[in-house]
Design a binder for this molecule. Structure first.
Ligand code: ADP
Ligand code: MG
Length: 368
């Protein structure tokens, strides 16, 4: 069991003045499953390695269970780490691979035996304990690597892209294994990935990073529906959120509207309040709408976008329509697979105005 307090953490490599991790600050509760997500090079691994003690801290503090660990060597932090490139000992059996760390620490034989068997039962690799790694599938080998981490019964698990080397199908099933593992162990997990789908499916809370800076820390639900800025909005979700540029205007009745050269949409409720609060009337803004909040039932909608059909992607249960709405990017709508259009056919789409988000045109911050 472990809670963490990370205070204003910075990392600078060598004489480089520009930090690769900048003012990383958060509290992690005991038993939480935290995911760090962001594009390659944004500082996820560096942050994790500072928590593990594998990387010096340039500035800031890390507390594990109220103990300042800045200068504590990795072995004294009671942490287990699983990497993308886990290496098993090829000449040792699965049993010996899992037991290795405990033997190094000279634990009594029967204690090692209990720990190995318990870990292998949790991971369902107990039938293979006598096999050599080369006689296992990729998923089984990955579970042995996890087994090696969990036998040590650490108070904190750190995982750095542990599933990246697996094929897509196996990745999805291993995701579930790790979620189960977290539930069974009741231990704090910090998991690093560049894959937004892994972050969304696994995390209690997600930390979205960009260029070494935290963009948002929140539950998957809130990250998705209330992204802090355009970066978070577009990084999370597939297909991506649509951004539409336009101007906020007030009509003769005092109602706010979003205008583009081709269409206008009414702006209601909390969005109207937020846009007024931030003095955005008569200003250019960016509207965000996710593809699933656009529908073909424009007839009953008070908010309609018109576009011309360009092409389609059939995804099985859904179809993605790509429409030209007179902006730089095509609009993507997620609709029923049964619809068909001709190239350049005019299409009217209804927008769920309650799901519309507005962002500052330059900073990308969401108005709230
Ligand atoms: P991520 O895990 O999010 O892909 P990293 O934490 O590995 O990103 O890297 C963050 C930044 O730090 C990158 O720009 C990377 O090039 C740089 N970096 C990582 N390790 C070193 C190092 N040992 N020396 C110098 N720069 C490094
Ligand atoms: Mg990394």
């Amino acid at each position: 069991m472990a809670g963490l307090q990370i205070n204003h953490l910075y990392k600078r490599y060598g004489k480089d003045k520009h930090p690769v991790v900048k003012d990383f600050h958060m509290t992690i509760r005991d038993k939480e499953f935290i995911v760090f997500v962001g594009p390659s090079g944004c500082g996820k691994s560096t942050t994790l390695r500072m928590i593990a003690g594998l990387e010096d801290i340039s500035e800031g503090e890390i507390f594990i269970d109220d103990q300042l660990v800045n200068h504590l060597p990795p072995k004294d932090r009671d942490i287990s780490m699983v990497f993308q490139n886990y290496a098993l000992y090829p000449n040792l059996s699965v049993y010996e691979n899992i037991a290795f760390g405990l033997r190094m620490r000279k634990l009594p034989k029967h204690e090692i035996d209990i720990a190995v068997k318990k870990a292998s039962r949790i991971l369902e690799i107990d039938p293979y304990l006598n096999r050599k790694p080369r006689h296992l599938s990729g998923g089984q080998r990955q579970r042995v690597a996890l087994g090696r981490a969990i036998v040590r019964n650490p108070k904190l698990f750190l995982m750095d892209e542990p599933l990246s080397n697996l094929d897509a199908k196996l990745r999805v099933s291993m995701r579930m294994e790790i979620i189960k593992l977290h539930q069974n162990l009741g231990t704090t997990f910090i998991y690093v990935t560049h894959d937004q789908a892994e972050a969304m499916t696994m995390a209690d809370r997600i930390v979205v990073m960009r260029d070494g800076i935290i963009q948002q820390i929140d539950t998957p639900e809130r990250i998705y529906s209330m992204p802090a800025n355009t970066f978070v909005a577009s990084f999370i979700g597939s297909p991506q959120i649509n951004f539409i540029r336009g101007k906020i205007e007030e009509n003769a009745l005092g109602v706010l509207e979003f205008h583009t050269s081709r269409f206008k949409l009414p702006v209601h409720g909390s969005n109207a309040t937020a846009l007024r609060k931030h003095s955005q009337v008569n200003k250019q803004v960016v509207l965000g709408i996710r593809p699933e909040n656009i529908s073909l039932e424009a007839l009953f909608s008070e908010a309609v976008i018109s576009g011309s059909y360009q092409f389609t992607e059939l995804m099985g249960a859904d179809r993605y329509l790509y429409l030209d709405i007179g902006q730089d990017n095509l609009l993507i709508a997620r609709v029923s697979p049964s619809v068909h259009f001709e190239k350049n056919e005019a299409v009217r789409l209804g927008i769920d105005t309650l799901k519309v988000l507005f962002f500052h045109r330059e900073t990308g911050e969401r108005f709230s």
